[in-house]
Design a binder for this molecule. Structure first.
Ligand code: DC
Length: 238
């Protein structure tokens, strides 16, 4: 039995569903894409791949190299050179995967506030996106993957058979983020979290729209278990 926050999620008749080889989940920061993506992948026995980690890992390398964030060409070159690998968890510390950059474990380092502050700018450059998207497509080609990001249904895998787009109000996202931080012992006031999410929405706007054939899931008031049940039900009914 799969569990989320003490809630059990019953296994349904997976074998009777025709499951798409690639499922994409897009939506704004804090909408719960990663949580739903990881749950759904575990449920289906699929690979879970969060594309945001690639932009974050590249940002880490850029900052460490002391590169000017405005040096678009240098960033583009780096995107093609740096070796980012996402593998199953190598440490049992709550992570869903391990992120390696040139063999260094950067799984937690890419969650640093400094990365958070700068990643959107790195992700804006078309050349950077082109290179990372090429790598993302190569990963998705293998099939049996739940791929999470902003532009997965629109740009990376437009032919994916199931494209989910999560819509969650800014207030709800801010509340959830604040609660998450409380549970990990780090506290930030709600208005600060809300303002940061609004800032990121604005910076990510260029990729933040659903594919014309995406299924929109409004998640306000839903728990991750509710969302998973909704998706399984959708897969069974379609
Ligand atoms: O989902 P996240 O917070 O880890 O994403 C980090 C940044 O990368 C964020 O600014 C959006 C960007 N991103 C993107 O532009 N395209 C994706 N497919 C995934 C993330």
């Amino acid at each position: 039995m799969l569990e989320w926050g003490g809630e059990s999620i019953p296994y349904l008749f997976v074998s009777r569903m025709r499951i798409p080889a690639v499922i994409t989940i897009d939506g704004p920061a804090g909408a719960g894409k990663s949580t739903l993506g990881a749950l759904l992948a575990e449920y289906l026995g699929y690979l879970y791949f969060d594309t945001g980690v690639m932009y974050r890992a590249l940002t880490l390398v850029v900052l460490r190299a002391g590169l000017d964030l405005a040096a678009e060409e240098a960033l583009e070159t780096l995107a093609a050179q740096v070796h980012i690998l996402v593998v199953p968890p190598t440490v049992a510390d709550g992570r869903h995967y391990t992120v390696l950059v040139d063999d260094e474990d950067v799984t937690w380092a890419i969650r640093d506030p400094e990365i958070e502050r700068n990643v959107s700018q790195v992700a804006r450059y078309p050349g950077v996106r082109r290179e990372l998207i090429r790598q993302q497509r190569a990963i998705a080609q293998g099939g049996r993957v739940v791929m999470v990001g902003r532009d997965i249904g629109t740009i990376v895998m437009p032919d994916a058979e199931l494209k989910l787009f999560l819509e969650t109000s800014l207030d709800e996202r801010a509340r959830r983020r604040t609660d998450e931080r409380h549970s990990t012992g780090t506290t930030l006031p709600l208005p600060v979290v809300r303002a940061d999410l609004a800032r990121r929405d604005n910076l990510d706007q260029h990729v933040l729209y659903p594919a014309s054939d995406a299924v929109i899931l409004h998640t306000d008031g839903m728990t991750p278990a509710d969302e998973l049940a909704w998706v399984i039900d959708y897969l069974q009914r379609r």
